[in-house]
Design a protein around this ligand. Structure first.
Ligand SMILES: O=C(O)CCC(=O)C(=O)O
Ligand SMILES: [Fe+2]
Length: 258
């Protein structure tokens, strides 16, 4: 079959790092609204601020216990992100939140105690400010693209408790494009002023297996990330630590509303 336009490479493989040019051949064209993804395998220091490790042997039983605890899609451990977020939003609007939702944030839950060995191993400090979010992704489920909330410290630690082979976390690559990680790979000029552009999204993809730990700091922490739809069940836990100054400020705001 003849292509309708003579395609001309804009970026071309010459403008891409070698590994990424290789991936071009495997470009995964998806149906639907989204653009094809052109991802490099993520590795220690790529992107800058990413570190990978496998779960220490001592933490493996804690990890499988944690997996067993999850009955819903999301399970929160420790200081609740959702409760703190809604309390902060309410306090900013002059409302003091009371009731179960607010109280949930006060003490560590039973599940949080169970997760403690895992959390301590991964980052022993600031226990009381730690939030753990266990997520279950069923086939077809995804996590929308986001940057983690600034109410948390710079360090984010995740553990893949159950991997979905070939699927998993991807970090968007920064490019000069106004649309973030989108890049024009090729364009074609047809007759009568017709023009076609071929875009892809550049990123980094974690090659996940059960027990993979990832740590995002600095540049990597600022990058948008997402979990595209998975093809088999995936379970992860993400540990984040509320900034002490953020919690102090919330305390002051709420005290003024008493
Ligand atoms: O499931 C994951 O590994 C990522 C979770 C995540 O990005 C988050 O909870 O903010
Ligand atoms: Fe995140």
């Amino acid at each position: 079959m003849q292509t309708p336009y003579p395609w001309k490479d804009v970026l071309g493989s010459a403008g891409l790092p070698h590994a990424q040019a290789d991936v071009l051949k495997l470009l995964h064209l998806r149906s639907g609204r989204r653009l094809p993804l052109l991802d490099l395998p993520a590795a220690d220091g790529r992107p800058e601020g990413l570190r990978l490790a496998s779960l220490p042997r001592e933490a493996r039983s804690a990890a499988s216990e944690l997996r067993g605890l999850l009955s819903e899609r999301v399970l929160e451990l420790g200081l609740s992100f959702y409760a703190v977020k809604s309390r902060h939003g309410a306090a900013r609007n002059g409302v003091l939140l009371r009731g179960r939702r607010a109280l949930r944030a006060l003490g560590p839950s039973k599940e949080a105690k169970e997760a403690a060995p895992l959390r301590k191993l991964l980052l022993p400090e600031a226990e009381s400010r730690c939030n753990g979010l266990v997520r279950r992704y069923r086939p077809g489920q995804s996590l929308p693209r986001h940057v983690d909330n600034g109410m948390f410290e710079d360090t984010i630690v995740g553990v893949v408790l159950k991997s979905s082979p070939m699927n998993g976390l991807r970090l968007c690559q920064e490019t000069p494009s106004l649309d973030g990680s989108m890049v024009l790979l090729a364009e074609a000029q047809g007759s009568h002023g017709l023009k076609a552009d071929f875009f892809a999204e550049l990123g980094f993809k974690l090659e996940e297996e059960d027990g993979l730990c990832f740590c995002l700091e600095g540049h990597a922490r600022q990058l948008a990330h997402e979990v595209p739809p998975v093809s088999s069940e995936r379970v992860s836990v993400t540990f984040r630590w509320f900034r002490a100054d953020f919690l102090k400020e919330l305390e002051h705001m709420e005290a003024r509303l008493q």
